[in-house]
Design a protein around this ligand. Structure first.
Ligand SMILES: NC(=O)c1ccc[n+]([C@@H]2O[C@H](COP(=O)([O-])OP(=O)(O)OC[C@H]3O[C@@H](n4cnc5c(N)ncnc54)[C@H](OP(=O)(O)O)[C@@H]3O)[C@@H](O)[C@H]2O)c1
Length: 348
């Protein structure tokens, strides 16, 4: 490996998140000044990104929502205006201030393309993206469109592609609620793809917020997104299983906290290691198959439902540790896995 993966990631992040001086602080916050944007989908991600954009000097023009009345006061708090998705851009095309604009945009005279907002940010749930793009394709309300889905690439905006530069802009971050502060974006990785003007704008936004971008093409999107779920939800599910196994032994519930701290420490170590694989610990990493076999045997009695997962995890650990297929086969025998749940895939 030419350069440590985490070092490469951290150096990019620190290059764009270097602590600003007092003056730089204002400059940093104004780094998107002049950029005008519309949002469709004022949910957790859309609202968060709108806050980050406005905090950095961008101007919210309109918010397109299924229930504009529910989004109106929030949109106004950011100096924008909520409209139905069908009406998005009508005001701009008529060239009137929001208060002057009629709610219907019948016969809207086209405004010069240069006066359109720069960005249409689409942050609706994944299955709705293409429908929204189709609806907006009748009268595109901005010059560049970006969606925030991880599982789809720019192709999800195909209905808009003939009239706008389209791309994806997926923050690899959990948004359990609206995250208003742009500091939340610092260090966030954004997976992007699409037409050059769209990826250029995506990079500009991420850089302004102290984030990092990387291209993830459409073909790789489904499994990129699956792996992201594994890295977040999958790890938490494993923790829940670990916790259940301990609770079945009637142990003090404080063990849960201990496991969480243990996991956090392991993840920190993985971040500092040459690669995540280099940070694997436990009996299997020490070559102690006997201990692992005993533990799996006890697990088969106390929580048989967890055994297939834990057996597969043991085999996957051995694969990451670089054991050749033949040795994995004999390890499976020593771990009792061949008896209990069939064979590991030895081809990988
Ligand atoms: N949450 C995360 O951690 C996270 C992280 C990265 C990326 N993402 C991606 O970001 C996008 C938005 O996710 P989210 O978590 O912000 O979802 P959310 O909080 O549920 O918000 C979704 C928004 O889309 C609107 N919407 C849903 N279906 C629609 C339809 N058929 N037509 C028009 N609008 C529709 C919703 O409107 P209503 O209020 O009317 O329902 C809401 O404003 C998704 O592509 C998701 O995969 C999510």
């Amino acid at each position: 490996m030419s350069r440590h993966w985490a070092e490469r990631y951290c150096s990019v992040v620190s290059a764009v998140t270097t602590t600003p001086s007092a003056d730089d602080g204002n400059t940093a916050r104004a780094s998107l000044a002049g950029l005008r944007f519309c949002l469709v989908g004022p949910g957790k991600v859309g609202s968060s990104l709108a806050h980050w954009l406005v905090e950095h000097g961008a101007a919210l023009v309109e918010v397109g929502a299924r229930r504009p009345e529910a989004a109106q006061s929030w949109a106004r708090s950011l100096a924008g205006r909520a409209v139905s998705i069908e009406q998005l851009g009508a005001t701009e095309r008529l060239g009137k201030a929001p208060s002057e604009a009629p709610l219907a945009a019948e016969g809207a005279a086209g405004k010069p393309r240069d006066s359109l907002p720069d960005l249409l940010l689409i942050a609706v749930s994944d299955p709705a993206i293409e429908d929204v793009a189709r609806t907006l394709s009748r009268d595109p309300p901005a010059r560049i469109a970006l969606h925030t889905s991880g599982s789809r690439g720019a192709e999800a905006l195909a209905p808009l592609a003939s009239s706008m530069a389209t791309g994806s802009f997926h923050p690899l971050k959990a948004f359990p609620r609206v995250l208003r502060h742009p500091e939340e974006a610092a260090g966030t990785l954004f997976a992007i793809d699409g037409a050059a003007p769209a990826t250029a704008l995506a990079r500009r936004l991420a850089t302004a917020w102290g984030g990092v971008t990387t291209e993830v093409p459409a073909a790789a999107r489904p499994l990129y997104h699956f792996a992201a779920s594994l890295a977040a939800g999958g790890v938490v599910t494993l923790l829940a299983t670990a916790d259940r196994i301990a609770q079945q032994q009637g142990l003090d519930p404080i063990i849960t906290q201990g496991y969480l701290d243990l996991a956090i420490g392991a993840l920190r170590a993985a971040r500092q290691a040459e690669s995540p694989t280099a940070a694997i610990t436990g009996p299997l990493a020490r070559g102690d198959l006997e201990t692992a076999a005993n533990q799996l045997e006890l697990l088969a009695e106390s929580d048989p439902a967890a055994l297939p997962l834990c057996g597969q995890l043991a085999m996957e650990t051995l694969r990451h540790l670089g054991l050749p297929a033949a040795q994995r086969q004999s390890a499976a025998v020593r771990l009792g896995l061949n008896r209990r749940e069939g064979k590991d895939d030895m081809n990988g």
